[in-house]
Design a protein around this ligand. Structure first.
Ligand SMILES: [Mg+2]
Length: 185
């Protein structure tokens, strides 16, 4: 029988790397209006930034209780330095799961097989793509809000189950939901 993998997004699900991320960018952009968001993210000191980010809920401890063969971290990166910082950080904390880096300009489903596998993500765009390729998407929002705010735009989550903590994600309810979703195919 095929083994199903639970993929978990990093930014906004395990770590709150996004709060304050663009404060400095917005200041710099006032001085230099040509500064691109991507360039800013590529030049950011991720070794520092990842360590100042708050861990969401009890995400690291909950991850460490799971079998690393079943759960992988699937994270978009804007540079290899960002990827390196993330991998080093997780290893320092004793997280043994695979950390899969997805270059910012390609889809998560282009890097790993979505079919029959679960993705927990706070990006509706990522979840739509995951669903398109036969994966099982679940929407994360730690505040229990069915909406995503990205680049000052709000998108409502109208399609996917809402998950507010990794405790709920790693529950029998989630496993039962996945079984039903796989049977529907
Ligand atoms: Mg995210």
């Amino acid at each position: 029988m095929k083994k199903n993998i639970k993929y978990i997004d990093c930014d906004g699900v395990i770590l709150d790397t996004e709060t304050g991320l663009f404060d400095e960018y917005n200041k710099l952009k006032q001085q230099d209006p040509t500064l691109k968001r991507l360039v800013y993210l590529q030049q950011l000191n991720w070794q520092y930034w990842i360590r100042q980010a708050k861990i969401i809920g009890n995400a690291i401890e909950i991850l460490k209780q799971q079998n690393p063969d079943d759960v992988a971290i699937l994270t978009k990166v804007h540079s290899l330095a960002e990827g390196l910082a993330k991998i080093e950080y997780f290893r320092e904390l004793g997280v043994k799961n695979n950390v899969i880096l997805v270059p910012n300009d390609i889809k998560k489903s282009s890097v790993v097989q979505a079919t029959g596998n679960l993705l927990l993500d706070d990006s509706i765009k990522n979840l739509d793509d995951w669903a398109l390729y036969g994966g099982i998407p679940m929407f994360f929002n730690q505040f229990g809000e069915n909406k995503e705010i990205f680049k000052e735009q709000t998108t409502l989550n109208e399609c996917y189950p809402l998950i507010t903590s990794l405790e709920t994600f790693f529950s029998k309810e989630t496993d039962d939901y996945c079984k039903i979703m796989r049977l529907k195919r």
